[in-house]
Design a protein around this ligand. Sequence first.
Ligand code: SAH
Ligand code: AVI
Length: 336
Amino acid sequence: MAVTPPGTSAATADIRIDSHLDGAGGRSLADDALDGLTRPFKELPPKHFYDARGAELFDRICELPEYYPTRAERAILEQSAAEIARLTGAVELVELGSGTAAKTRVLLDALAAAGTLSRYVPVDVTESMVRECALALTSEYPGLRVHGVIGDFERHLDQLPEAEGPRIIAFLGGTIGNFPPGSRRRFLREIARLLGPEDHLLMGTDLVKDPSVLEAAYDDSAGVTAEFNRNVLRVLNRELDADFDPEDFEHVALFDRSNEWIEMRLRARREHTTHVRGLDLQVHFDAGEELRTEISAKFTPERLEGDLAAAGLELASWMTDPEGLFALTLSRRPSL
Ligand code: SAH
Ligand code: AVI
């Protein structure tokens, strides 16, 4: 496939791809690394996990026996997709952090069966995901148009195409939990601003549960999540010419009971200094020092409703799996 220069778009009859990850995408990693690695408590944002290898590791995580969210969310979608199609009458589905759109097919099937489906808009920072997903879906759903957006949903929401009719903005997988609470509400407000009177937000949230179940989901026995976690160091080595040895770091996943979120960290096994040449930066780690790489917030119905209300949204439907592990919610702007 032809390479699309940054900030431009390419189109075939059914596929249009817009790319917004120009130098600014690279700068975002450089800025985040400079900021996060020089803090007293070192931290990197989770969006940098997802290069092609990180995306592949995430797919393997979704298949792990301990990682229940993907299966639970799929079960809810299978149970409720027809009702979601009926309630929304959506002609298009915009998906933030779409990845391989594996579960999305359940929704697309329901919208196609309802006879309303016309366009799918996947939005993801991982270019290969958006391109492969566009090719796969246009061949699986004859007549479907795919308008892919390669970009950062924290920076490029204003680049979404105009709605062509009632639409669903889907934010699945519990990715909203990767935002800290204040940014989460700000982000939800930005999504709310995109919703017209006929539109809905369909969001997946992981629910608070037994900490041992949560910790196992983020520290699997096969070590796939540990590799996913360390992958961010490989991204820094490649993109910023750093010399991290990923094996110098131990994977840590723990449930913070007061904040009700999982924290993933990388803990230095020994004292050492890393050189990030692209930033001309030396980063010192004490033995046992931790770098936080992700929070994954778990929700109660009250917390979720509070966050939605703070963003000016009202809950239209709350759906959960038989074990109550995960929730899918449909919300909208209240009619005046
Ligand atoms: N929605 C899928 C994938 C979840 S993994 C599912 O439910 O299984 C999170 C996805 O969000 C990845 O594909 C990652 O590349 C993407 N992502 C993470 N941060 C992002 C950001 N800031 N902007 C756009 N995409 C992002
Ligand atoms: C994408 N996101 C919702 C996943 C989560 O569960 O927070 C990422 C992940 N991190 C470790 N395992 C999966």
